[in-house]
Design a binder for this molecule. Structure first.
Ligand code: AMP
Ligand code: ZN
Length: 466
């Protein structure tokens, strides 16, 4: 079966291939660098990473642009309050974002484009929209008149007919699903930083930056545009209105949207205060791979409820896979090849790829891996796993890891805390008592991977750091 995605625009699962040559032209909305990103944001960015890797596994090349929103209402509010320039203020959070992405092993898009490096392009686009009658000005700001774009609502599947009142909105973010003329250019308020341009002093609205940078680098029609579900309306709807009014062409062929990371039934968000940053989690002694695994493990169109138990299960799942790999690499197996097991390996690899190609069904892909690991482990226990079965099994794990990328332990992961070690030592003792030696061994290996050595003595378990 071919690679296919659920397209928000058509509300159908459609077969995907790039429109031109072998390169996927993709734009994904990046972070607003007004603060540290939280792991909810990283759920969406992890989805984008899995998407990138799956596209490449299908043989496509990538030209992927992601913006950095380094000017918006919140940034200006905070920078002004701290008497900092916008650049000084956003540099810290841009770097923090890139560091967090690296810790989570999120591949760098081919181009990262800061909004403030494209103000001239945006001004030019607003002038063109004005010349074709799509805008009006009021008090030095420019607005997009949505009644001039008949397709408004086609992405969010809102029927706005009869509801386009011409009311307008100055905020970058607004939630109500009613149609409002939105700001393309905002006149500066007292004390706010501003660019001096041909359309007057001010700064761009949020929506125009994505349209302009996407078209500039990727052309008039993108293969894929993606982001979190909260961006469907108004942000992506507004991007379509601007872009298609500029070019007369469809803006993107496929629109993909990731569901939320939730906490106790609510979206993880800054405004609700129910969030963790990556740093918060690492400070508790968790490895970044565990967070990556957790965020990737639930298919992107399902909500994911964040819990620390879920994070612990993710760490355990990684341990299991690392131990399996270690076993493949270190144990001695009888000569020859077990044909049945060879076929089992090939089928598992096919099920893995088939699940990902099915709209990035990561849960199905992981199930294929773990069922295989279970079968292979029992074949090893019973002496049926043969020497010639090792290489294909390792190749399957490598294939898994080209997408999930969790097998190598993080060098830069925060050190495991004493309390975490104690908790794992206690868990291992309980596992041994219950004669669950597999689990006990997993814990020993996991601690070893984090530089902690266990010694079983007559008076109990002692541990030390390497
Ligand atoms: P922002 O930095 O606010 O522009 O958000 C960056 C990305 O994170 C956007 O694509 C949002 O859709 C996404 N996002 C925000 N909150 C969540 C959440 N709780 N779960 C998943 N994605 C989110
Ligand atoms: Zn955007």
């Amino acid at each position: 079966m071919a690679l296919r995605f659920n397209n928000t625009l058509s509300q159908q699962v459609e077969e995907f291939s790039p429109a031109r040559d072998n390169t996927v032209r993709m734009y994904t909305c990046g972070p607003t660098v007004y603060d540290y990103a939280h792991i909810g944001n990283f759920r969406t960015f992890t989805f984008v990473d899995i998407l990138r890797r799956t596209l490449r596994a299908n043989g496509f090349a990538l030209d992927h642009v992601m913006n950095i929103t380094d000017v918006d209402d919140k940034i200006i509010r905070n920078a002004v309050a701290q008497h900092k320039s916008l650049d000084d203020y956003t540099a810290v959070y841009t770097q923090a974002f890139l560091d967090d992405c690296a810790a989570l092993r999120l591949e760098r898009p081919e181009r990262l484009t800061p909004a403030t490096a494209h103000i001239g392009d945006m001004v030019e686009a607003i002038e063109r929209l004005a010349a074709s009658g799509h805008t009006y000005s009021s008090d030095g700001s420019s607005y997009f008149r949505i009644s001039t774009f008949p397709g408004y609502g086609k992405l969010s599947h809102n029927d706005f007919s009869g509801n386009i009142a011409g009311a307008r909105v100055d905020l970058d973010e607004y939630e109500k699903a009613d149609a409002r003329d939105f700001a393309l250019w905002k006149a500066p308020k007292e004390g706010e930083p501003a660019w001096q341009t041909a359309i007057g002093p001010g700064r761009p609205g949020w929506h125009i930056e994505c349209s302009v940078m996407a078209i500039k680098y990727l052309g008039e029609t993108l293969d894929i545009h993606a982001g979190g579900v909260d961006l469907i309306f108004p942000h992506h709807e507004n991007e379509i209105a601007q872009s298609e009014s500029l070019t007369g062409k469809p803006f993107a062929r496929f629109w993909l949207h990731a569901e939320f990371l939730m906490v106790e039934g609510q979206k993880m968000s800054k405004s609700l205060g129910n969030y963790y940053t990556l740093r918060d989690i690492l400070d508790r002694g968790y490895q970044p791979e565990a967070i990556r695994y957790l965020l990737a493990s639930v298919p992107y169109r399902k909500q994911l409820n964040f819990t620390f138990d879920g994070l612990k299960s993710a760490a355990t799942a990684i341990d299991r896979l690392r131990n399996f790999k270690l076993r493949l690499e270190t144990e001695r197996y009888p000569e020859g090849r077990n044909e049945q097991l060879g076929a089992r390996t090939a089928a598992a690899a096919e099920a893995f790829a088939g699940s990902l190609d099915d709209d990035l069904n990561t849960a199905g892909a992981l199930a294929a891996v773990f069922e295989f690991v279970r079968d292979a482990n029992s074949a090893m226990d019973s002496g049926e796993f043969c020497a010639a079965n090792v290489a294909p099994a390792l190749e399957f794990l490598a294939r898994f890891d080209r997408i999930f990328d969790v097998l190598a332990p993080s060098a830069q992961g925060h050190a495991i805390s004493d309390a975490e070690v104690e908790a794992l030592v206690a868990e291992r003792a309980a596992a041994k008592q219950a004669r669950n030696f597999t689990r006990a061994d997993e814990i020993r290996q996991r601690l070893l991977a984090q530089g902690v050595i266990l010694e079983d003595t007559k008076s109990g378990v002692r541990w030390k750091r390497k």
